[in-house]
Every structure is written in structure tokens, then in C-alpha cells.
Design a protein around this ligand. Structure first.
Ligand code: ACO
Length: 431
């Protein structure tokens, strides 16, 4: 971040105030309003943070107009086609692509932490057997702080590193256990000879009664879904992790907070909501009815998997996933899957509709991920947990960056108060 000679002048009640302007390495300039309240006695008002940069960061850059997503400068389509998930994790965490030795060391460290403490199995058994895997995930990840006492001190860089590796390594195990528990099957232990995505498929789909071989095309598709969801700068769940961590809360509590936020249908829960919507539409001839509902101001219905706060042209992740969906469905021999037909037709209808064009609403990453995951055999309830498995590295990278920042202070927004002013208490018999 460089402070330029530029500044903005604010005129207020006859006084003028100079607001410094910072120029980023990419993206729009940023007005520095940190001293505004102290100098001018006013707050800024920005619900939803549509114009507010809450931090500086060097991890991920998005140009919503161009439909560009860069991790540490590398475009997401190159990472999706040339890299693999653990290499992307290294890049997000440490800032550079690893050498062969660094990658091997990192993979070994992650792989050595894939098992969870055996006693943690008891936590799962406390949940109702039909609990949503996201509910279980929030609870068990938060409960990790009850087990891993040697990685709770956020002021110690070594403990932060151990917590980061533990979370990246154990999230797939915990998500798979949440799934197995919800369907009444025994937990499957991780296999460290498999890569990250393949091991996750093994833990979800293997049963003790028979051999399970991970299909390499499916494990590649899984790996690609993980890469595409790994980080997305200051989205709702990442900002939640940062805010929770600003109080000094332990890493497991902060990631549990991120998972809870991700669950909402406007965020990570959209992939489940999108597939359920496609099922509800059911056939191509019902699409006009749902498009009309999405456009009706009096109907709360929205086209799930459409629209994005930042992307106003195209979501580059959706482009990659659309291709992946075609490959996976062809491999599984389900190219004529009616859901895919509804999805493709819905996409075309919406893209040519003036409402969606004018509001710049395009398919987002969740539009195609659900179709791939369903074809792989995952129930809709596992879509958001898989997103959480992937996004953990983004949350952790942003968390580490924030804690190492000397400017780090507790997050504490202000408000525009519109409530009652001072009044006297009224005794109950007089109300
Ligand atoms: N269907 C129909 N209309 C929509 C949709 C949609 N999916 N998305 C936005 N709009 C309309 C809104 O009604 C609004 O119209 P108005 O200006 O007439 O009031 C306008 O477009 C702008 O919408 P906002 O909600 O103000 O945009 P915002 O940036 O706050 O929301 C969001 C972005 C939450 C993603 C929204 O587009 C949405 O709800 N999409 C559906 C859920 C979804 O797919 N979420 C996944 C996001 S990607 C991710 O988290 C990985």
C-alpha cells in the first residue's frame, strides 16, 4: 500500500478535511477515513460494506468488471488447469509457488495430521443422527479447541502454523465423518497414500464391506472444485473469521465462526439451494415460470447460483466448472441428466433476459458445482461442507495475515442510531 500525494477534500459545516488516498497494486484507490471521526466528528455509513475496505491484503485480487480472480497474482484458470489443491494451499499460505522440496515437505506435514483425536468421535455421537453435516461441522471444528491446546496461543507464530496445518489436514476428515454419521455408516479413516481430493472421496464413499477405488477423473474434478473455492478475498465468511479473530479468539473458534457464516443461502449455502431449485423446476418447460418469479419484486424468490456482489460480468470460477461438469457427466454417462439440461437452458434464458442483463446477473461458482457433486454421489447436504473444506485454507491464510499485521486491532464498526432517545423507565402497571 502506498500513500500517494493525492488526497480528497471533504467539506462539512464550513470546515474542510483532507482525506489521504492510498493506491493499491491493482484495483481502485482507497480513501483513508481512519481519522475522520476524531477530526470531523462524523461516521461513514455503509451497510453491507459495499464501498468499504476493511483491511489491506496481499492474498487474492478480484476484478469484478473483467471477471478476473488472482491468487498471489496467478489467474484462477491457470491454477485450476495446471496446479493442484495442496500446491494452491501453499501459495495462499506462504505467498509463492513452492519448489519441489517445499511442496513435498508441506504435503508431508498436512498428511501427517489427517487423523482426528480418537476421543473426538464422541462428539459426533452427541448429535442427532439426521443432523445437517454443516451443523456437525460447526460444532466439531469449534470443539477442536478443547483438544489441541498446544496450538491455541495466537501470539505464538509456531502455534499459529500448527493450527493452520491441523485445520487444513483435518477438515476433510471431519466433513467426511459428519457425512458418514448422517447416513449411519462407520467412520472411514484417512489414507495418506492418496492425494487430498482422492482421500476425501475415499473417506466419504468407502465402506468396510467392500473395496473402493477412487476414479482418477472424479478425484481430479474434486481437486478442481477445491481449488476454485479456496479463497475469495473479503467475502462474508472470511470477514467473519477476521472479525472473530480480531478479539484474539483461538483459531478453531474463528474457523467455526466462518463455517457458520458460510452456511447461509446467500453465500456457501447457495450450491445446495441451487440444486434444490433445479430439482424444483424439474423440466425445461417450467423455466419461464421461475424466471418470472425471480423478476417479481413481490416474490422473495431469487435464481440461486446467479448474481454476485463483486463479479458483474462473469464469474471465472463458473467458466471452469461448466467445463468440468461436462467432463464429469460424460465420464459417468449421464450427459443427458435432466438437471443439467434444466441448468443449461435456465442459464441461456437468464443470460438473454433484459432483467438479468440490466442487473448484471451471471451464473456464479455455485451454479455448476452442485451438478458435479450430485453426479459424484454427494447428497445436497454435503455441498456446503465441501465448500468449507476448500475455503478453510483461505480463511486460515487471511487469519494468519491479519494476526501478523502490526496494525491489527479489534473490529468494532459504528452505527447510525435511529432508536429512541433518553426516556424514563415506566412502571409495569402504568404501561
Ligand atoms: N435472482 C433475481 N434477482 C437477483 C438475484 C438473483 N439471483 N441476485 C440479485 N438480484 C437482483 C436483486 O433483487 C436486486 O434488484 P433491485 O436492484 O431491483 O432491488 C439487484 O439484483 C441487486 O441485488 P443485491 O441483492 O442488492 O446484490 P448483492 O450484491 O447484495 O447480492 C448476492 C449478491 C447475495 C450473491 C445475490 O445476487 C443473490 O442473492 N444471489 C443468489 C444466491 C447465490 O447464488 N449466492 C452465491 C454467491 S457466490 C458465493 O457465495 C460463493
Amino acid at each position: 500500500m502506498t500513500e500517494t500525494q493525492k488526497s480528497a477534500t471533504l467539506s462539512l459545516k464550513g470546515e474542510t478535511y483532507e482525506l489521504p488516498i492510498f493506491s493499491p497494486t491493482a484495483g481502485p484507490d482507497v480513501l483513508d477515513i481512519r481519522k475522520l471521526y476524531a477530526q470531523a466528528g462524523v461516521f461513514t455509513y455503509d451497510p453491507g460494506f459495499t464501498s468499504t475496505a476493511s483491511c489491506d491484503s496481499t492474498i487474492t485480487y478480484i476484478d469484478g468488471g473483467k471477471g478476473e480472480l488472482l491468487h498471489r497474482g496467478y489467474p484462477i484458470d491457470q491454477l485450476a488447469s495446471k496446479s493442484h489443491f495442496l500446491e494452491v494451499c501453499y501459495l495462499l499460505l506462504y505467498g509463492e509457488l513452492p519448489t519441489a522440496t517445499q511442496l513435498e515437505d508441506f504435503e508431508t506435514r498436512v498428511t501427517r495430521h489427517t487423523m482426528v483425536h480418537e476421543q473426538m468421535h464422541n462428539f459426533f455421537r452427541g448429535f442427532r443422527r439426521d443432523a445437517h453435516p454443516m451443523a456437525t461441522l460447526v460444532g466439531v471444528v469449534g470443539a477442536m479447541s478443547a483438544f489441541y491446546h498446544d496450538s491455541l496461543d495466537v501470539t505464538d507464530p509456531w502455534q499459529r502454523e500448527v493450527a493452520a496445518i491441523r485445520l487444513i489436514a483435518k477438515l476433510p476428515t471431519i466433513a467426511a465423518m459428519a457425512y458418514k454419521y448422517s447416513i449411519g455408516q462407520p467412520f472411514v479413516y484417512p489414507r495418506n497414500d492418496l492425494d487430498y481430493g482422492a482421500n476425501f472421496l475415499h473417506m466419504c464413499f468407502s465402506v468396510p464391506a467392500e473395496e473402493y477405488h477412487v476414479n482418477p477423473i472424479l478425484s481430479r474434478a474434486m481437486d478442481r472444485i477445491l481449488i476454485l473455492h479456496a479463497d475469495h478475498e473479503q467475502n462474508a465468511s472470511t470477514s467473519t473469521v477476521r472479525l472473530a479473530s480480531s478479539s484474539g479468539a483461538n483459531p478453531f473458534a474463528c474457523i467455526a465462526a466462518g463455517i457458520a457464516c458460510l452456511w447461509g443461502p446467500a453465500h456457501g449455502g447457495a450450491n445446495q439451494a441451487c440444486l434444490e431449485m433445479l430439482k424444483e423446476i424439474g423440466s425445461v418447460d417450467r423455466i419461464p415460470e421461475f424466471i418470472a418469479r425471480a423478476k417479481d419484486k413481490n416474490d422473495p424468490f431469487r435464481l440461486m447460483g446467479f448474481g454476485h456482489r463483486v463479479y458483474k460480468n462473469t464469474d471465472p470460477r463458473a467458466k471452469v466448472l461448466k467445463q468440468s461438469a461436462d467432463e464429469v457427466l460424460e465420464l459417468l454417462g449421464v450427459e443427458d441428466n435432466p438437471l443439467l439440461q434444466v441448468a443449461k437452458e435456465l442459464e441461456q434464458t437468464a443470460l438473454n433476459d433484459p432483467y438479468f442483463i440490466e442487473k448484471k446477473l451471471f451464473p456464479n461458482v455455485d451454479f455448476y458445482s452442485g451438478i458435479i457433486l450430485e453426479a459424484m454421489g454427494f447428497p445436497t447436504s454435503m455441498f456446503t461442507p465441501i465448500f468449507a473444506v476448500s475455503r478453510t485454507v483461505g480463511w486460515i491464510s487471511q487469519w494468519k495475515e491479519m494476526i501478523a499485521d502490526p496494525q491489527n486491532k479489534i473490529g468494532r464498526p459504528r452505527q447510525l442510531y435511529l432508536g429512541e432517545t433518553l426516556r424514563d423507565y415506566v412502571d409495569i402497571e402504568k404501561r
